[in-house]
Design a protein around this ligand. Sequence first.
Ligand code: NAD
Length: 369
Amino acid sequence: MIKKVAVLPGDGVGKEVTKGAVDVLKVVAQRFNHQFEFTYGLIGGAAIDEEGTPLPIHTVETCKQADAVLLGAVGGTKWDELPSHMRPERGLLAIRKELDLYANLRPVTYYDSLVDSSPLKKEYIEGVDFIIVRELTGGLYFGKPSERRTEGSKEAVVDTLFYKRDEIERIIRQAFEMAVNRRKKVTSVDKANVLESSCLWREIAAEVAKEYPDVELEHMLVDSAAMQLIRNPQHFDVVVTENMFGDILSDEASMLTGSLGMLPSASLTVNGPSLYEPVHGSAPDIAGQNKANPIAAILSAAMMLRYSFGLEEEAKVIEQAVENVLNAGHRTADLANGLHYLSTEKMVEAIVDVIADDSAIVNIMTAYS
Ligand code: NAD
């Protein structure tokens, strides 16, 4: 298989973890006889420094010509004082809109070997395996007007929560499609006791559910969902929600696994390249120290193989290699509880070695046969 991958490392640890994910894709290509061609582009602060804009047009073109996009992270203190339309994060919002990346999938998976890294007790997190399906191109983050104003002589501000019916319908349908191949349960999260947009969201969820009689639908208010994610995370299978609720709940959910550095994501579109990125940001506090956990980026690359290229076996090999390395006791600093830890590069090497090793691959494949 020959595939073009656009790589946008971005800023801070984005650069370090993306390099790790590319190394892993290269070893997968070698082992399975694929050809992945990597083309690099600027986004975020790096693009502001070089080109004066967080998303240069040729970065968009590079992405549109690719079969999939791998992104690191954007942002950093250096650009914090810029006006909001010029900030690195604008680049991220703009690429989502440009590529119509409407569905953000964030799996949250429990690893036996990381039980001590989670702030929650083992009995609460054991077996946790759910996926958050977040709407990504609408809602408060994109609605207009979004501005400061003067009302009379007083300072005021407005953001707009706007959705069209078809935007809600397609993300909810995406969640049901995922649930069909999982434990067949969708939790639709809203704030229907207060927000009109949530009332429509709830109505549409109930309509779509009729097309999937084997899938159970439950509605949950976002405040209750925030609580249940900590109190009873095993309860969830597929969680679907609008843009801002999904943003907040998925960061909360990341702590179940012990670190933001473990959480991958996929942002899917209908036509054209989908985008894969770790959930975490550019982590300015540890950037440039070879200390970041590359696993979220590496698992994002696995999602790319699965969702964009249909390479399920190769995706599973990466996921199993990560698990093997964790089971062997290897940790990056975020997971090490102050004990010995591996650098970013060493962690990547450990995962690459497992994938490159014939006998390890055989063991992995036997486990899945
Ligand atoms: P962050 O995710 O960058 O960091 C939060 C905490 O998690 C930090 O303590 C950091 O060290 C740690 N962390 C994050 N990734 C890690 C990794 N791979 N390994 C080990 N530890 C890791 O969030 P923040 O500090 O709120 O934001 C920093 C910058 O990143 C800001 O400019 C923000 O706007 C941006 N940001 C970008 C994205 C993105 O590009 N998708 C997402 C969130 C935040």
